[in-house]
Ligand binder design. Structure first.
Ligand code: MN
Length: 143
């Protein structure tokens, strides 16, 4: 599963550090952006396998950044997964309307988060599309 490249867009340093740690410890290559503008730039340069997009960002927010990415032929095929606050449930619907391919709710669950990322990568036909043997489906979290 190692080696897929993930663009992590998150302006909150604590959330970013946690996500970066959980992803790199599983062998993913992580690029970090803290604004929507930076996300667009890094997406075009690196063409990552997956983008994790915080919604509340300074300046260009996650909805606007996703619309631009999905409207650009160079980046439209990259799956964008919104990182939405649990308390802001309307954001999930709006994220899908903006073109996001899914969402993960914050606060990040240390086991559920990497599991969800792996599933989204597999769904996108990534390098790990083949099912691995002896794997249990695990509920990422209660509720
Ligand atoms: Mn934020």
């Amino acid at each position: 599963m190692a080696g897929e490249r993930i663009l992590l867009v998150e302006d909150n340093a604590q959330n970013r550090r946690l996500a970066q740690f959980l992803l790199t410890s599983r062998g993913y290559v992580v690029y970090e952006a803290t604004t929507g503008e930076e996300a667009l730039e890094l997406a075009r340069i690196h063409r990552p396998d997956l983008i994790l997009m915080d919604i509340q960002l300074p300046g260009l927010d996650g909805f606007a950044a996703t619309r631009i990415l999905k409207g650009d032929a160079a980046t439209t095929a990259i799956p964008v997964i919104a990182l939405t606050a649990y308390a802001m449930q309307g954001d999930q619907e709006r994220a899908l309307e903006a073109g996001c391919d899914g969402y993960i709710t914050k606060p990040l669950d240390t086991r559920g988060f990497p599991a969800a990322v792996r599933q989204y990568l597999a769904a996108a036909g990534g390098k790990e599309a083949r099912p691995s043997h002896g794997e249990r489906s695990e509920d990422p979290g209660r509720g």
